[in-house]
Ligand binder design. Structure first.
Ligand SMILES: C[S@@+](CC[C@H](N)C(=O)[O-])C[C@H]1O[C@@H](n2cnc3c(N)ncnc32)[C@H](O)[C@@H]1O
Length: 104
């Protein structure tokens, strides 16, 4: 499940999921990520700036279950220590840094 607040991006990403025939495996909800219940999640991926991650941190600490993993693209989550940091290259040649965190 993905969360996107901007209507155009929500529509675009939902259409891409349909074009790829992935409707049974993926969906995007049109919502504010601060309002979404992350409690059932085993893995959360984020691509937000550090300041936004900092605002999300209390919610993740409160709601995520022990052992849940959080992968943040390019930006760290302040005050959390990553279990692993890896650099990856996408198919189009862009490089990203991934920070993996495991909730205690
Ligand atoms: C850097 S882009 C990430 C794009 C893509 N989801 C990815 O992971 O590659 C950040 C996205 O977060 C969305 N966003 C920002 N604040 C949000 C919020 N409060 N709730 C949901 N989506 C939000 C933005 O509209 C933007 O599309």
């Amino acid at each position: 499940m993905g969360v996107e607040i901007r209507s155009t991006l929500w529509k675009q990403s939902s259409e891409e999921i349909a074009q790829l025939g992935l409707e049974k495996r993926a969906r995007i909800v049109h919502d504010d990520m601060f309002e979404v219940d992350v409690g059932p999640a085993t893995v959360v991926t984020l691509y937000q700036r550090t300041a936004v991650n900092d605002r999300l941190r209390p919610l993740l600490e409160k709601r995520l279950r022990p052992g849940a993993r959080v992968v943040s693209v390019d930006f760290q989550i302040p005050d959390w220590t990553p279990t692993k940091v890896v650099r990856v290259r996408s198919e189009n040649g862009n490089e990203y840094k991934l920070f993996l965190y495991v909730r205690p």
